[in-house]
Design a binder for this molecule. Sequence first.
Ligand code: ADP
Ligand code: MG
Length: 229
Amino acid sequence: MSLTLSDVHLTYPDGDRTLTALDEVSLHVGAGELLAVVGPSGSGKSSLLAVAATLLRPDSGSVVVDGVDTGGLSAAQRARLRLEKIGIVFQQPNLLGSLTAAEQLQATQHMRGRSVRRQRRAAAELLATVGLDGKQHRRPHQLSGGERQRVNIARALTGEPAVLLVDEPTAALDHDRGSQIVELLAEVTREHQVATVMVTHDTEYLDHVDEVAVMRDGRLTPSVVGAHR
Ligand code: ADP
Ligand code: MG
């Protein structure tokens, strides 16, 4: 269970020129490790996650997910890899308004062909893990922002992924709730032995992470800050 990016270069078309979003980015995250990527808005953090999630193909460089070099995979193979190996927590918590917390998780389990009984049990266990015991029948509007983010994280973990990718999880939260979410990410990373990358522009939540890397203008530099465990 690991994620390795080597010399990843990504450009976007920009009029008659190109914009370099990722400039020879390399990183490695092992099972049970939480890496925080910190950088200002526009520095390339979401692009990094999109490449790591195999949603975007880099111009050059490699993305290896749980031992699988994704460069040679077809679109269908990448979709399967995402379903089986990658949990994604997007910046916008895209929960479905009409579904309860448990049903949000069961919907993705259904895509994986699990039995209804297994779906229910897994959903209840995961919601308890993220501190939502007793709230599994609530719909998004009956949950706070922090609780919605917890559902989002639990949903990303339902497929027992090898890799967890998290975009700005604290953006809409106050300091205490933001801090609790990062603490939760550290906990689930250890308990589920996933390789987790959290990107954020916030430097105030780095106490719980194993490693910090700094993103600036598409370049990633390892940092000593926060690497205290
Ligand atoms: P961050 O998540 O750190 O704010 P992004 O990865 O979203 O950074 O963006 C990095 C750079 O790439 C920015 O200059 C942004 O404007 C540009 N960019 C992001 N997505 C696209 C896209 N789909 N097409 C063209 N440019 C993009
Ligand atoms: Mg972003």
